[in-house]
Design a protein around this ligand. Structure first.
Ligand code: B16
Ligand code: MG
Length: 223
């Protein structure tokens, strides 16, 4: 494989943990609409866009056709306002274990870092987490098909003018790993290897690996 020149990171579940914030915001919205929203169902929404999340929640509640387009827009805005309020206090303390040191290592090697998140709040989170200096590019997910489509990872790659072999994607969701593999890149999974079965390598968190160790595996792998 060619030398890796860029690492492309998902945000929620990789850089920081916002799934509880998304969950509580959807739960509160569901409560005002008169139905429940279980924590277990939230697992299905990881890495899923705001619009697709709303459709899945309404479907599960048997209300797929109950709301007009304008009402759905208002529901998404309400959920997002609750979510944004809940992440106002995010700081560097909210970075997942080992992330700060790992990003520092990448930049120390002169490699590129991109964020490929389904979240429209990724730029705000990058700022709140205090990692702007380490992030070269944040893909705008608006108008791009969601994961497992590879578009968001390919967009980051194109931004840097690189090939798939020169990029390494990092994800915590099954659909995200599928998107990285569809883009033709080496996929690093964060989480459980029995779940992220298509990843080329799975680690618990960034304290489990050094950049040098990761690149040795990636460069040794033909894919
Ligand atoms: P927003 P990721 C995803 O983040 C979340 O996992 C998912 O729960 C959320 O619905 C989605 O972002 C969209 O977020 O409403 O802020 O645009 O894992 O792709 O970083
Ligand atoms: Mg994620």
């Amino acid at each position: 494989m060619k030398t890796v020149k860029a690492l492309i990171f998902d945000m929620d579940g990789v850089i920081t943990e916002t799934s509880e914030n998304h969950y509580l915001a959807w739960k509160s919205l569901a409560g005002t609409l008169g139905f429940d929203f279980e924590r277990a169902f939230n697992e299905k929404l990881k890495g899923v866009s705001r619009r697709d999340s709303l459709e899945l929640i309404l479907q599960a509640a048997g209300k797929a056709t109950a709301y007009s387009e304008a009402e759905k827009k208002r529901l998404m805005d309400e959920k997002n306002a609750l979510y944004l309020a809940s992440i106002q206090g995010f700081t560097r303390e909210n970075l997942l274990p080992g992330v700060a040191a790992f990003l520092g290592e990448i930049k120390g090697e002169g490699m590129k870092v991109a964020i490929a998140s389904a979240s429209q709040s990724a730029p705000l989170l990058v700022q709140k987490l205090g990692i702007e200096a380490w992030v070269d590019h944040i893909v705008d997910p608006a108008g791009l098909p969601g994961k497992p489509d590879p578009a968001i990872f390919l967009s980051a790659m194109d931004h840097f003018g690189l090939t798939p072999e020169e990029c390494l994607g990092v994800e915590d969701a099954v659909a995200g790993i599928a998107a990285i593999k569809a883009a033709g890149m080496f996929a690093l999974g964060i989480g459980d290897r029995t779940v992220l079965t298509r990843a080329d390598l799975v680690i618990e968190n960034f304290e489990s690996i050094t950049l040098k160790g990761l690149l040795e595996v990636a460069h040794g792998k033909n894919h």
